[in-house]
Design a protein around this ligand. Structure first.
Ligand code: SAM
Ligand code: MD0
Ligand code: SF4
Length: 366
């Protein structure tokens, strides 16, 4: 296809998206292979236009607390895999988590994300294994009065029910890929279907769900199109793409660092396909320096805001920008302003995720 034909093809796809028509697998694959600056600008501009229709200039800000870095699993991409003896390990006390969440809430975030490895202290097959997490969710909800997201891995159904009863609003659990063969390479020994089902069960208990894919781990463009279809089937209210960061001490340590454009193109496609859903711009991959690009590609949530100097780590990047306070609300605000955006109010966020006028869970795609 010559350049003029590519331009026409892209314009057709963007027009389809503006009419809320479903994009085909071929449309998505076509967008993912774009490498020409002016066409990519058109794509990102259409993604921002769709974001504006649904969210105006309002951006949501998520505080992130990695409360335990112990994990029973051996995901090949993850620094915190059980076999990595170079990984930093800690397990925060309830009082430390409450203090950090309070500081985040005061700083102006809209949500607190409690993330952890599949910590053997909780995943111990004992009846009350998850009680401490359930208590913590109740406490953080009470103290901060903000919606809480839990990212505890693939937990059993009854635990999801208890987390919902304790006040959790969101359950985040990323499949990474919807190609079961690639899944087995990334998450060896883990049950593909059980991980996916956990999100369906979470929905049934009234939790909102976040689904996500890892970018640059050997997937094809068709795999990505298939993941987008799976996100639609799931009805995930928040959908993410995150570039893989090779980490020391892991089997994927020497894997080539992926092309940064790939994540941005996927963010834009997600915005075209799911214009009214939440799409993160994470600080956890390229830190503050990577925020503007992600917002310009159509993201509308800044994630991985971490309180500095409290001994808290990131996931894909353990330390980047944390202790020099570049992953804070104050550091993010000038970037929003530069993009012509501003933070939403807490009330506006709560309207999206549970207050009166919120979209029905598992409801229409847009
Ligand atoms: N342990 C829970 C789980 O796996 O669902 C929750 C936390 S896990 C650390 C959160 C996500 O971080 C993973 O699902 C993966 O998408 C992302 N992640 C982990 N290591 C990464 C890396 N090296 N590069 C990019 N993303 C990574
Ligand atoms: C992020 N480091 O948003 C966080 C994490 C887990 N729910 C989120 C991957 O980038
Ligand atoms: Fe554990 Fe999550 Fe890392 Fe996998 S991605 S090793 S489950 S912390």
């Amino acid at each position: 296809m010559n350049i003029a034909e590519q331009g026409r093809r892209l314009e057709n796809i963007l027009e389809k998206a503006r009419r809320y028509e479903a994009l085909t697998e071929e449309d998505i694959v076509f967008i993912l292979q774009l490498r020409q600056g002016d066409l990519i600008d058109k794509l990102f501009s259409a993604a921002r236009e769709m974001r504006g229709i649904h969210f105006q200039d309002k951006i949501f800000l998520y505080g992130f607390l990695y409360i335990s870095t112990y994990c029973r699993n051996n995901c090949t991409f993850c620094f915190y895999r059980t076999a990595n003896n170079r990984s930093l390990r800690y397990r925060k006390e309830e009082s430390e988590v409450v203090a950090a969440a309070t500081a985040l809430a005061r700083s102006g975030v809209h949500l607190i994300d409690l993330t952890m490895g599949e910590d053997p202290e909780l995943f111990n097959d004992r009846e009350h294994g998850f009680d401490a997490l359930i208590r913590l969710v109740r406490k953080i909800t009470e103290v901060t009065r903000l919606p809480v997201m839990v990212s505890p891995g693939a937990v059993p159904g009854p635990v999801l029910e208890s987390l919902a009863q304790a006040g959790a609003v969101w359950y985040a659990c990323y499949q990474e890929t919807h190609n079961p063969v690639l899944f087995e390479r990334l998450r060896p020994g883990q049950d593909y279907q059980a991980r996916f089902n956990a999100k369906l069960i979470a929905h049934a208990y009234g939790l909102l769900t976040e689904e996500g894919i890892l970018v640059g781990v050997g997937e094809t463009s068709a795999d990505i199109a298939h993941s987008i279809e799976a996100m639609r089937t799931l009805g995930a209210e928040q959908v993410r793409a995150m570039k893989f960061v090779p980490r020391e001490g892991t089997p994927m340590e020497g894997y080539p660092s992926p092309d940064p454009l790939a994540e941005l193109l996927i963010i834009a496609v997600l915005r075209l396909v799911f214009p009214g859903r939440l799409i993160p711009a994470t600080l956890d991959v390229e830190g503050l320096a990577g925020l503007e690009r992600r917002l310009e590609a159509g993201a509308n949530v800044v994630t991985s805001i971490v309180p500095p100097r409290q001994g808290l780590a990131g996931v894909a990047q353990s330390f980047l920008d944390i202790d020099d306070a570049r992953r804070t609300v104050d550091s993010v605000l000038p970037v929003l302003e530069k993009c012509g955006l501003k933070p939403a109010t807490v009330e506006e966020y709560q309207k999206f995720c549970g207050g009166p006028g919120a979209p029905r869970r598992g409801g229409p795609n847009n």
